[in-house]
Structures are given as structure tokens and as C-alpha cells.
Ligand binder design. Sequence first.
Ligand code: ZN
Length: 223
Amino acid sequence: MSELRKEKISCPHCKHEGEFELWSSINADLNPELKEGIFNERIWAWTCPSCGETTYIPWGTLYHDMTNKFLIFFSFDSDDVNNKYESFELPTTFGVEKDYTIRSVYGLMNFKEKIVILQNGLNDLAIEHMKYMISHIIRPEISEKGYHLYFERLDPEETEVSEHGSIYFFYNDEVAQQTISARFALDSYYEHCLAIKIDPRMDLNGNKCVDEGWIDKQLKLAK
Ligand SMILES: [Zn+2]
């Protein structure tokens, strides 16, 4: 079930006292329109009934996908988060099944990306591991320039290099003001699935935030 709270807001443009809707929990199966609102960012937009100006109000939520069995605790803030990589426990009242993937995510782009990764049935740890290798070793200019690589999509169509199809990533080249797409054989993803299985540093050991920072932290540990 999705959960709605009404919160008070004072319009920053005309000071009109209004109310906005805050979804403290979003069920993607029961409320696909809210999921759409995440991707087009409309759920954070409030239009003042008095002056008509739109204000964006950042709030976090708990995102639940029953079909693909995952839960995401989303926080809007992505910088300087304390204890970001500590494991967290779910309240026992949640009663989700053992095979659920449970993550915390910081920042809107990371939130959208995590949803896309998990609803594609991919292992997000393997994806982060792969992204790390691409942006630090295969194409080091991505991390050197401070750009962030994101998962984009899968393409199952067979190519000259892989019968399994392709996996796409992208990053925003801020200097050229261009979105750069990068395609790899899906076989490479399977290699990363294996790599995280045999590397004890990649043992998650609980519910966590799994992002580039976590991979970086783990890879710096002695093997
Ligand atoms: Zn107003």
C-alpha cells in the first residue's frame, strides 16, 4: 500500500499557506502513476493555487516493487551523509520475504537508476562493480573528469560480439553538454557477477547502500 501525508507549505513566491502531498511510501505495483511521477519528477512539484508558481519540494520515500521483489529507502540528499554504508535492519512489522533486495539510496538520479537496474532483474552489486571498472580502468577519463556513469538499459539482440546482447551505460559530459552512451557485451556483466561472488570484499552482509562509493571503499580493503 502507498501512504500519503499532507504537509503544510508556505508558497515561496506569494506566501500563500497551502498543503502538499507527501508519499511516505510508494507501492509501484498498486500505484504505477506514482512511479511515473518519480521518473518525470512531478511528485515533488507543487503548484501554488494562489499564484500558479511551481515549487519543487524534496522528500524521501520508501519504494516497494512487489513484482521484482525490492525495497528502496530513498533520501533526496546525496552529499555528506553520515553512516551511509552501515547495514540497517528492517522493522519486523515489514514481513518481506527473504529473497527481497533491500537498499538505501541517496540522490534522485541514483534512485531512478536503482529502480531501473532492479526491475530489469539485474544484480545491482555486479552493475556497480562493472560501472566502477569502466569509469576507472576502461575509460578512466570518466572518473578523472568527475563524471558519474549510470546504467541505461539492456538490449537482448544478438551482436557480432555477443549472442547475449548488449548492456548500455551513459554519462553526462558537462563540458560538451552531451549525454554519452557506452555499449558493452552482456557477457561482461556476467563476468562481473562472477567477480563479486569470488571476492569476499563484495560480501554485502546486510541491507546497505550499494553505489560507486561503496565499491571504492571495499576495493581498497586488503583481499
Ligand atoms: Zn504562490
